[in-house]
Unconditional design. Sequence first.
Length: 302
Amino acid sequence: MRGRRLRALGVLVLVVLGSLSSAPAHAEDITGTVQRVGWWTKRLGAQPTAQAGSFEVAFGTDATPTSVAAIDVAVPVLPVQTLQISLTELTGTAAQIGHIKVCLAAPGWTTANAGAFDQAPAIDCTSGAADLTRSLDGNWLGDIGGLLPNGGTASLGVVLVDDLGAPVSPGATVQISGITIAGQSADGAPPGDPPTTTIPSPGGGTDGSIVDPSAGFIPPPTGSFDLPPLDTGEGGEEPAGSTTSTTSTTLASAPPELTAEVFDRKATPWWRLAFLAPLALGTGFGAVFGRRRLEARGLSFG
């Protein structure tokens, strides 16, 4: 009973150690860095922003963008679980009528502050986008993890979209004065080539190391020994590469071949025993009778 408990305890310890060694890496906090900011406009009366890193987004009375922005961001290369962007609003008129959308932008754009609208990079909001929601304290918040699922660097476009959907829009403008990006990585190793497992060959490891034999392994005998030569018959030659020895080996002759005649022979008839049995009995009685008569005459066979 005690032995069973000890074995069960040992199995439990192995399971716990295995789970600890194979547990995935814990999630960690990650922070994104804004490398540069640019924005372009065709809005009447738009002016360059005075604060570095600030920009403007806007849409006009036809609900189409009149000011757009782009930002280059860098995030640690890790599987991203959540990545929240926060845009601090300096001034704006989009509350209740529009919201900010973040999409992927074509990289390689030239930094601008209220640059010409036709110089803005292409912004693709069809393959992926993050809709930001305005908080009560004036920050536009949203998760952009889907745009950078494995971290790295990317160009993001920022636009202001109309939510009313009316034939004629009042238009709206939002000026952003600060950007922060923070989130959390997903459990697991960074993206890359999957780990490879090499199974060593029976003769040793792939790196030349020796593989320990398994339980019950019996090593082959060591040293040298001579094998008797193969008897090839008269006039025969030994095969090439054989070792000549003074010991000869005689092969046993082959057993006689069984033919059909062996099985066709008739069995000896049993009626012949009728003559042999009385003859044997008579011979036995005669020997006993003769011996007694000789002993009666004084002859002994002791």
